[in-house]
Design a protein around this ligand. Structure first.
Ligand code: ZN
Length: 103
């Protein structure tokens, strides 16, 4: 195929099929982030990144809804950049519900 891939698969988002597919993914995932359940603004993400699996760019089973926060974390992992603040995650682990009942 003579497809020329642009950075970050931007060509996908300009495809005529994308708006309907994005809507279908949001409906399927119940308009919530599949990672944390957040509602509100959602971004439809490719489970397998477009740049590594361009043939699955329009495959509904390769799509998932993520809130902007989870999407950013996933993208950071994919590009190999450490998450913004590991201290923050440690803090979250410390205040997890099961740790809150110590006297
Ligand atoms: Zn989320």
């Amino acid at each position: 195929m003579g497809l020329r891939f642009e950075r970050f698969g931007r060509w996908v988002y300009r495809d005529k099929r994308w708006p309907a597919l994005r809507l279908a993914a949001k409906r399927r995932d119940g308009w919530a982030c599949v990672q944390c359940g957040a509602r509100g603004r959602l971004e439809v993400d490719h489970r397998e990144p477009v740049r590594s699996a361009p043939e699955r760019a329009f495959d509904l089973s390769n799509l998932q809804c993520l809130c902007p926060r989870c999407h950013t974390l996933k993208t950071r992992r994919e590009v190999g950049t450490p998450e913004l603040s590991p201290e923050r995650q440690k803090w979250r682990d410390l205040v997890a519900p099961e740790r809150n009942c110590h006297a």
